[in-house]
Design a protein around this ligand. Structure first.
Ligand SMILES: O=C1C[C@@](O)(C(=O)O)C[C@@H](O)[C@@H]1O
Length: 149
C-alpha cells in the first residue's frame, strides 16, 4: 500500500482562524480528516504532521525514508526562505508535491519565489484546502506513472 505524509509548516496550525479571507475557514484538523478519508477511499495510508520549527520539518522529511512514498508539503513561509528544507527534500526518497492554500503568485512578490519548487515533482497553489486532496491524487498519479516507465 502506498504511504503519504501530509506535512504542514509554520502557522498552518492556525488554519481556519488565520486570515480567513485568504486561507478560508477550514481548520488543520478538518484538512487532516479530509486527507485521511481520501486515503481510505483510494487505498493509501496517510500520516499527518505539522511543525512551526524548520529543523523539526527537516527531521520529519529525513524520517520519511523507508516509511513514505510521497509527501504533500505546505512549508508555509519557509517555502520562500529555506535552503535547509530544499536540501532535505533533495536527499529524501519520497516524492514531494509543494502545496499552497492561497495562490502565492497573486500575492506579494516575496511569495513568488520557492526554494522547494525546483526539487518538487510539482506545485499546487490557489485551490484552497481542496488542494491537499488534489496534491494526493497528483502524487499517486506521478508514482504510478514512474513505476510503469
Ligand atoms: O504560511 C503561508 C501559507 C502558504 O503556504 C499557503 O498555504 O498559501 C503561502 C505562504 O506564502 C505563507 O507564508
Amino acid at each position: 500500500m502506498r504511504s503519504l505524509l501530509i506535512l504542514n509548516g509554520p502557522n498552518l496550525n492556525m488554519l481556519g482562524t488565520r486570515q480567513p479571507e485568504i486561507y478560508g475557514h477550514t481548520t488543520l484538523s478538518d484538512v487532516e480528516a479530509m486527507c485521511r478519508a481520501h486515503g481510505e477511499k483510494i487505498g493509501v495510508s496517510v500520516t499527518c504532521a505539522q511543525s512551526n520549527h524548520e529543523g523539526e520539518l527537516v527531521t520529519l522529511i529525513q524520517q520519511s525514508r523507508g516509511t513514505h512514498d510521497g509527501i504533500v508539503f505546505n512549508a508555509g513561509a519557509y517555502t520562500h526562505t529555506s535552503v535547509a528544507l530544499r536540501d532535505a527534500i533533495s536527499a529524501a526518497e519520497a516524492k514531494v508535491v509543494e502545496l499552497h492554500v492561497s495562490n502565492v503568485h497573486a500575492r506579494e512578490t516575496f511569495r513568488h519565489y520557492s526554494h522547494i519548487a525546483p526539487v518538487a515533482v510539482g506545485v499546487i497553489a490557489g485551490f484552497g484546502t481542496a488542494g491537499y486532496v488534489l496534491a494526493m491524487d497528483a502524487l499517486l498519479t506521478f508514482l504510478e506513472t514512474a513505476r510503469r516507465e
